[in-house]
Design a protein around this ligand. Sequence first.
Ligand SMILES: [Zn+2]
Ligand SMILES: [Zn+2]
Length: 213
Amino acid sequence: MQIYKLTYNPFQENMYVVSDENKNCVIIDPGCYFREEEQHFMKFIEEYELKPVALLNTHAHLDHIMGNQFIKSNFGIDIYLHPDDKPTFAMAEKSAQLYGLDQFKASPEPDKWLEDGQTLQFGEMSFEVILGPGHAPGHVAFYNAENKFVINGDILFQGSYGRVDLPGGNMAQLKKTITERMFSLPDDTVVYTGHGGETTIGAEKQSNPILWG
Ligand SMILES: [Zn+2]
Ligand SMILES: [Zn+2]
């Protein structure tokens, strides 16, 4: 299994591509926004000869779905989102206007709805869906136990956590998500974050400020 990280758009959002030995890949939180970023992404896919099979969204904040329309129109793959994030999804276009992002392309409607505890299987790759509200109401993390990693969007960051002051945000919920769901994963699980660098569950259990938040 390979994990690629591509950081795009004015929010410096981390998009992840996870591929198996047969070069099937899932695209998580496509953030490509500018024309050069779209071109960069296409070049990356060609260079590694990857075959996209699904588009997973951890949540529907605009920086995580900015590339949905581009990916969908190029590869025709299904978009997955948790239904609790429908309100976030519905707000994305308006948020883009507020940020003055006039090249924002609205995401097509999701094709498949995620469920807490569900196992997703794509080629040789499997992910457990962990529902983790707080930063956004329908935020999920994608956990791969075998390879000891979790793609967690904006739940945990290295030494920090997702903001809770956006619509649908809730500090008590986020704290519960992190302490009860994320911190129950093994300490050596690598956490791939929506912004910034990677961390581990063990490291965040020691010193993440949510413990005192
Ligand atoms: Zn977010
Ligand atoms: Zn984000």
